[in-house]
Write a protein that binds this ligand. Structure first.
Ligand SMILES: N[C@@H](CCC(=O)N[C@@H](CS)C(=O)NCC(=O)O)C(=O)O
Length: 207
């Protein structure tokens, strides 16, 4: 299989973590992809021009990240990563949707910050940051006190927290949320999370 991804995409990190947890990295080739480059041919793989996308061995293309993660959990994990910590599968998927939504809001702010100042909307950026802030409150409610069992939800949450802190370092995301901070610290110690942390290289070991 081929996973179109990049080193720092938080959405693409989720299936990379899943593959490490499932022990199937030998079956997946990582293809470093700039999704915005029209010359690279990636838009033929995913017409939406977004990573991650997974091409299976029979040439089927799957996107977006929740679909790819579900596929890996169903096909290779005996559903082991579908839900942990006493969550139902629906609760785990909702936790993943919460994490994805926080990343969407924080990504919109990042994209605004990449525009010239005159083209930014401070009101919209404030709205998106407030969404991310409320999302972090909910993450603390759902994860504070939980152990670090990996599943569709916790993997998305771990990728989300790390990336939001990486790209928006001026905000103190975990200081006011000590039980989420404790959860994140535990989860970040997993090999799958260490090898894929933002700033590491795109490889299965991060080296
Ligand atoms: N909902 C999608 C979001 C994927 C996404 O936005 N990926 C970013 C990279 S972090 C991307 O490819 N952006 C390119 C663009 O929007 O032009 C998913 O979960 O896979």
């Amino acid at each position: 299989m081929k996973l179109y991804c990049s080193a720092n995409s938080p959405y693409a990190r989720k299936p990379r973590v899943m593959a490490l947890e499932l022990g199937i990295t030998d079956r997946i080739e990582l293809i470093d992809t700039n999704p915005r480059d029209p010359a690279g041919g990636f838009w033929k793989t995913n017409p939406l021009g977004k990573i991650p996308a997974l091409e299976t061995d029979d040439g089927t293309v799957l996107f977006d990240s929740p679909v790819i993660c579900d596929y890996l959990a169903e096909e290779f994990g005996d559903r082991r990563l579908v839900a942990g910590d006493g969550r139902t599968a629906w609760q785990a998927r909702t936790l993943a949707a919460l994490a994805d939504g926080i990343m969407d809001a924080a990504m919109l702010v990042r994209l605004e910050l990449m525009r010239p100042g005159s083209e930014r909307s401070p009101a919209d950026m404030a709205k998106q940051m407030a969404t991310a802030d409320r999302g972090f409150d909910r993450l603390e409610t759902l994860l504070g006190g939980c152990d670090g069992t990996p599943d569709l939800g916790t993997i998305a949450a771990g990728c989300c927290i790390d990336w939001v802190m990486f790209r928006h370092p001026d905000t103190d995301w975990l200081g006011p949320r000590p039980s989420l901070a404790a959860w994140q610290e535990r989860f970040a110690k997993r090999d799958s999370m260490r090898h894929t942390a933002p700033g590491r290289h795109l490889s299965w070991t991060g080296d």
